[in-house]
Structure formats: C-alpha cells, structure tokens
Ligand binder design. Structure first.
Ligand code: GLV
Ligand code: GLV
Length: 330
C-alpha cells in the first residue's frame, strides 16, 4: 500500500479526558483528539467535531443537531460516557444514521448502592452526626441523642424499574424493607421473585417511606415529581434522586423540605449542576452529593471499557452492545 496509513485513520473527538489506559488503546487505532481541559465550551465543541467519525461525550455536553451538522456526514457514532443520554438528540442522530450508545449495565450496582447510602445517611442521621462531632458538640453518650429511623419494615418505593431500580429493590429487600414500585410496564416475574408490589405513581407516593427515582429524563419524566406529588408523600418520607435533576421540580422540593411536607431528601443530581441554589444547600434535612452515584473505580473502569468497545464496534461495522437507537442498524 502506498497510502500513508495515518491518512486513513478514522478520527475521534473526546470531549473530556478520561481514563488514559483506554485512550491509549483508542489512539493506537484512530486519530484521537481529546479536549485538554474540562468543561469544553460550545464554540470549541462545534469547531473540534468537524470531520470526525466518532464523538465520545459525557453527560455535560449537549450533542444536538447543530453539533452533528458541524461534524458533517463523516460522523457515524456518538458514544456517551454515561447511562443517561438526555444530553444527546437521539432523533436527530437516527435521522442521520448515527449510532448513539450509552454505558448501560456497568454502573447499575454503584448507583443503587448510592441510593441505599443516601437512605441510610438520612434515616440514621450520619451526616448530621458527623457535623455534630466535628463541631465539638459531642460531650458524652445520651439515650436520645440524634435518634434516627430504622429501615426494617419501612417501604421503599422505586420509581422506574430498570436495571438500577431492580438492584435497589434487591438491596432494599435484603435490608428487610418492603419494596413497591411504579414503572410504565409491570414485571410480574420480578414481582413474584422478590415479593415486590406494583402501584400507580400516586399510590406509591402515598405509601412509601422512601421514594427513589430511577427513571431517565425525557419529556414524559421532566418534573415528574412536583408540588402535587410531594404533597402526596408522607411527612416522614424521604425523596432520593440519583436520576436527573429535572425529574424533580426543584423549587417545589425546596418548599416541601422547608415546610416539612416531607422529612428529607438525598440528592445526587440537580436541575442546574453548575449552580445549585443556596436555599437548597442551606437546608438541614438533606444529604447532597455531587453527581457521584456512579463514581466508583469499578464502574468508571467498566464504563471506559464499554465506551471504547462501542466506538470500535460502531466504526468497524459491528452492532455496538449498548446501541440506543437500534433503528439505525435495521
Ligand atoms: C450518570 O449520571 C450517568 O447517566 O451515567
Ligand atoms: C441502568 O443501567 C439502568 O438501565 O437502569
């Protein structure tokens, strides 16, 4: 072959530095450009994607029609380093025949563990206790100091019975909780196997001691939990959100927490993660984490592996295992 091999290399743009080991693997095969800083701005994104065959994105970049247009007809794959893909315009990608993939399946346990961790932190007042000790306020054992709530026999209400919802159900079950769920489709086999009970969303909100959200963000689930829904919950109940901030109407949630319509909230996601309202940050009945539900070493490594595999598959003509818009393959 007289052609310079480099000239034939497919091009990939990576919007965020992620695990080097996997980038090295991609670099052996492709011409890889990695955004050198975090928080790529829109202008650079539109410039950098020009002529690429693949984009590896994270959930903080909006990959919409304009980005696909800027990339041009060479673009064949958008591999999102996340299980959620609300940041990608799937319809636009499908129209253009572009494969969109996520990292489904490998962060299931990590996220479900965070749901349980937030639940226990709130009920057992772990963060409050930690602050209390650090502030030098603890002077000796008292029988009624920081009394919390036990989880055994409490009702875990899971909204969205995907992989994460199911693993949460299994762990809640193991903690002695009763598990109820709401999902677009019932899964009677799962109900039977784990003694899980299906309810409508309203009924679940009325019955649950913990309401945990594990739905993707779509037009249908935006502000799924607003004032009406929060008012249906028990005043002793917790809301746990590890899905996407916009699934909850944050203003209504702040009111609910301030006025004690509910007892507390464990939040890993927020409506605007670049600017979380001070009002929310000041509330004592919350535990707030910085979108780290999937941030385990195990999950991040597996996510990188999957993103790399999906990109290789899409660019080499094999169906990626985490293909979302399967229509492009038919
Ligand atoms: C994280 O939020 C993800 O969607 O992977
Ligand atoms: C996670 O992988 C889910 O699909 O819920």
């Amino acid at each position: 072959m007289w052609l310079n091999e480099d000239m034939e290399k497919k091009k990939i743009f990576v919007t965020h530095v992620f695990l080097d080991k996997y980038l090295k693997e991609l670099k052996e095969k492709y011409e890889v450009v990695v955004c050198p800083h975090k928080d790529i701005n829109r202008k650079d994104l539109l410039k950098e994607v020009k002529g690429v065959n693949g984009i590896i994105s994270t959930l903080t970049e909006k990959i919409d029609n304009e980005v696909m247009e800027a990339a041009g007809s060479t673009l064949k794959a958008i591999c999102n380093y996340a299980v959620g893909f609300d940041n990608v315009d799937i319809d636009a990608a499908t129209k253009r025949g572009i494969c969109v993939t996520n990292t489904s399946g490998v962060l299931t346990e990590s996220v479900a563990e965070e749901i349980i961790a937030l639940t226990l932190s709130l009920f057992r007042r772990i963060v409050e206790g930690d602050r209390f000790v650090r502030a030098g306020k603890y002077k000796g054992w008292e029988p009624d100091l920081l009394l919390g709530t036990g989880v055994k026999d409490k009702v875990m209400g899971i909204v969205g019975l995907g992989r994460i919802g199911r693993w949460t159900a299994r762990m809640a079950n193991a903690l002695g909780m009763k598990v109820i769920y709401f999902n677009r489709h019932r899964d009677e086999e799962f109900e039977e196997e784990y003694g899980v009970v299906y309810h409508t969303l309203d009924r679940l909100l009325e019955l649950a001691d913990v309401v945990s959200l594990s739905v993707p963000l779509t037009d249908e689930t935006k502000h799924l939990i607003g004032e009406r829904e929060l008012r249906l919950m028990k005043p002793t109940a917790l809301l746990i959100n590890t899905a996407r901030g916009a699934v909850v109407d944050e203003k209504a949630l702040i009111a609910a927490l301030k006025e004690k319509w509910i007892a507390g909230a464990g939040l890993d996601v927020f409506e605007d993660e670049s600017s979380i309202p001070l009002e929310l940050r000041s509330l004592p009945n919350t535990v707030l984490t910085p979108h780290t539900a999937s941030a385990t070493v195990e999950a991040r490594l597996a996510m990188a592996r999957i993103v790399t595999d999906n990109m290789n598959d899409a660019l080499e003509g094999r169906k990626p295992s985490c293909l979302i818009n399967t229509e492009v393959w038919e």
